[in-house]
Design a protein around this ligand. Structure first.
Ligand SMILES: C[S@@+](CC[C@H](N)C(=O)[O-])C[C@H]1O[C@@H](n2cnc3c(N)ncnc32)[C@H](O)[C@@H]1O
Length: 668
């Protein structure tokens, strides 16, 4: 392979990695064009072993002096960092929180791994701490985002190419967001009518348009568009319980049916049934002043023109997969295909952006993709006049905000440029798109620390939610090994649990002995929590500490109660050295208990920690017997005798002799 570029190598390696779990669904050419080898591949990355040989430190069993107690300090969440804000993804982990863990457990130059990396926050944390990282994840969209964070353009290059692309798209498409400035419009600050000196031909730039579904009055059968019936001063404002303007009956929105109509879908080239909707409010600017107005003749004509516009660029013509989240829009608005999530206006602008990014620099698509959901019909308008996409679902509200992409890009670009400034340094990172159930392209005992944030049961249907984003990349998640609970995919809680066992087994294999894994686990049902806990321990990890993320104050606090599953959990576990559980394992009564207890006390923080109490140490011992299939020999009273004879008790907590001084210091 010498003399060949990494891209040529990747083409030849595709066949070798095709059988690795999670190889995405796509044409080879699409995978190759999305990849940026060796750092990023939109398929299982064949260059990881080379990366480890180059940057890793081989594990030496006899020389291993690594010893750490679990990390227990309180940590602020930091969800307002520009990196966190510049691209949306489900359940992102703030990188600053992860950084604290990485810096505690590892040394500069060590390799950190995340097998459910999402948008790569663990990679960012590692890079900012001068560590190396291997990131892996099943969704090609998530790894695309991770790659753009970690291998972004320099801030100057980004600004230059971004401005060029924006300029091209703007000059072709800006007309679709124009509206007539009229004296009927309301100044949003003064709430007075606009003063239009010379209104003839004066156009404003639309910020967004509010659309409402049309209902049928259950009493008189006439059509009602709720926002349309509102007062001139506050266009678009309405209540769910309202008076029908035709028969004056009091109607509740939830009892009224939506009006369905037939419409020609120019992309599918066939008539489809859809919900009738109407624009009811336009928010626009003239210079720096904002106005709103009810749509007028000019706006209706523009909408008609745009609706009949034949989009001259590629758009995905892809049917939405059957699923739990995807069925929502199907039921409410008969949405069957990706393009139907967009108005023709925004689909046109998005497709023009895609085309221009492909020709000029595809890294800029990252910033457009961060706005895709907002540019779609998923963008609801809330009562506070703020548009929002509901997280974790594909829900289409009956009141929607159709955004002007240019206006929203301007809002996003500032935080993205700030993020780029933070990320503008050399990073040693490699990213792979594959399932963690099979990490055969990563060597055993090669990783110094794992921080990971796995999927949690049936809470979030990642592949369904990522489908819209992935359709524009033309590379899709291979759902066969996606670790979720999902009836449509035929995956029960049991299936989720066994996929998680396989993932943890692989993470256990690649982690060096004696090293730590930190698992963030989100708020979920106790049954899901139990299966994940079982998965972690069944592969051999020893859980040493469970903390809880207190969302209110943004800190990780130690668990003291049983109802902790209501919050996000931080599980600290380690991979014991072979001598501890392997060949030389002792049977109960032959010094085994002392060894297990020593090891446990060594790893606990030297503080008043619940893990140091009689009860907790006894249950740890019992758990160890059970995990190893030993018969339980001790009852609590003769077990406490072992404690008394071998360890030191202070204030109700047990310590190793050599820990006493440090504990007394802590107490002061
Ligand atoms: C909670 S999210 C991780 C979010 C991430 N921490 C971030 O900051 O963006 C869990 C991720 O696991 C991924 N996933 C699900 N099944 C997987 C599997 N078998 N192998 C690898 N990744 C998987 C999902 O696509 C999702 O992105």
């Amino acid at each position: 392979m010498k003399g060949k570029t990494y891209s040529q190598n990747l083409r030849e390696f595709l066949d070798l990695v095709k059988d690795i779990d999670g190889f995405p669904k796509a044409e080879n050419e699409e995978i190759l064009s999305l990849s940026d080898p060796p750092t990023y591949t939109a398929c299982p990355n064949p260059f990881i072993k080379e990366f480890i040989e180059l940057h890793g430190k081989p594990y030496n069993f006899n020389d291993d002096k690594y010893l750490k107690a679990p990390f227990t300090r309180d940590i602020r969440e930091g969800k307002h960092h520009p990196i966190y804000l510049s691209h949306t993804y489900h359940t992102k982990v703030p990188h600053q929180a992860v950084q604290k863990y990485i810096e505690y457990y590892t040394n500069p130059g060590d390799i950190v791994f995340d097998g459910f990396c999402g948008t790569g926050m663990v990679g960012i944390a590692a890079a900012l701490s001068n560590r190396k990282a291997i990131l892996s994840e099943i969704s090609p969209f998530a790894t695309f985002v991770a790659n753009n964070f970690l291998n972004s353009l320099s801030p100057n290059d980004f600004t230059e190419v971004f401005e060029e692309i924006l300029q091209e798209v703007r000059s072709e498409c800006e007309w679709v967001y124009k509206t007539k400035h009229t004296s009927k419009s309301i100044n949003t600050r003064t709430k007075k009518n606009a003063e239009v000196i010379d209104s003839f031909g004066k156009l404003g730039s639309i910020n967004y348009i509010v659309w409402n579904d049309v209902y049928q009055c259950p009493v008189c059968n006439n059509e009602i568009c709720l926002g349309e019936t509102s007062d001139e001063k506050k266009p678009g404002e309405y209540n769910e319980i309202f008076t029908c303007p035709h028969c004056y009956s009091v109607v509740n929105e939830s009892n009224a049916k939506k009006v369905r109509v037939e419409k020609y879908d120019a992309i599918l080239k066939e008539n489809i049934e859809t919900v009738l909707d109407k624009p009811i409010l336009i928010s626009y600017s003239v210079g720096k002043t904002n106005f709103w107005k009810k749509p007028d003749e000019y706006d209706f004509q523009l909408i008609e023109e745009i609706e009949s516009l034949k989009i001259p660029y590629w758009v995905p013509i892809v049917r939405m997969p059957n699923g739990r989240s995807t069925s929502q829009a199907l039921k409410s608005h008969n949405i069957t295909h990706i393009h139907q999530y967009f108005t023709n206006r925004n689909l046109y602008v998005v497709s023009k952006f895609l085309d221009t990014c492909k020709r000029k620099n595809f890294k800029i698509w990252f910033i457009i993709s961060s706005l895709l959901q907002k540019a779609s019909k998923l963008m609801a308008l809330n009562k506070d006049y703020v548009g929002r996409v509901t997280k974790g679902v594909l829900y289409i509200s009956s009141t929607r905000q159709e955004i002007n992409l240019f206006y929203f890009i301007n809002k996003n670009i500032t935080s993205f440029k700030q993020a780029l400034e933070t990320l503008n340094f050399d990073k040693t990172i490699i990213i792979s798109t594959q399932s963690t159930t099979d990490l055969s392209n990563i060597s055993s005992n090669s990783i110094d620390y794992i921080f990971t944030d796995p999927p949690f049961g049936g809470n979030i249907m990642y592949s369904e939610l990522n489908f819209i984003w992935e359709a524009f990349l033309r590379v899709f998640t291979n759902v066969e090994h996606e670790a979720i609970e999902n009836k449509v995919q035929g995956k029960s809680l049991q299936d989720y649990a066994s996929l998680m066992v396989r993932c943890f087994l692989e993470m256990y294999r690649i982690l060096k002995p004696n090293r730590w894994i930190t698992i963030e686990f989100h708020n979920s049902k106790a049954s899901v929590w139990n299966s994940i806990q079982k998965a972690i321990t069944s592969v051999g990890f020893k859980i040493s500490q469970v903390s809880v993320l207190d969302k209110k104050v943004g800190s990780f606090k130690q668990i003291t109660t049983n109802n902790s599953v209501k919050n996000d959990l931080i599980i600290s576990a380690f991979k014991p050295k072979k001598e501890y559980t392997g060949q030389s394992i002792k049977s109960p009564g032959k010094g085994l208990e002392i060894e297990v207890l020593r090891d446990q006390l060594k790893r606990l923080p030297i503080q008043q920690n619940p893990g140091r109490t009689d009860k907790m140490l006894f249950s740890k011992m019992l758990a160890h017997y059970v995990e190893n299939g030993f018969k339980i020999r001790y009852n609590s009273s003769n077990f406490y005798k072992i404690l008394d004879e071998n360890f030191v008790k202070f204030d109700g907590y047990w310590f190793l002799e050599e820990q006493v001084q440090e504990y007394l210091k802590w107490k002061r």
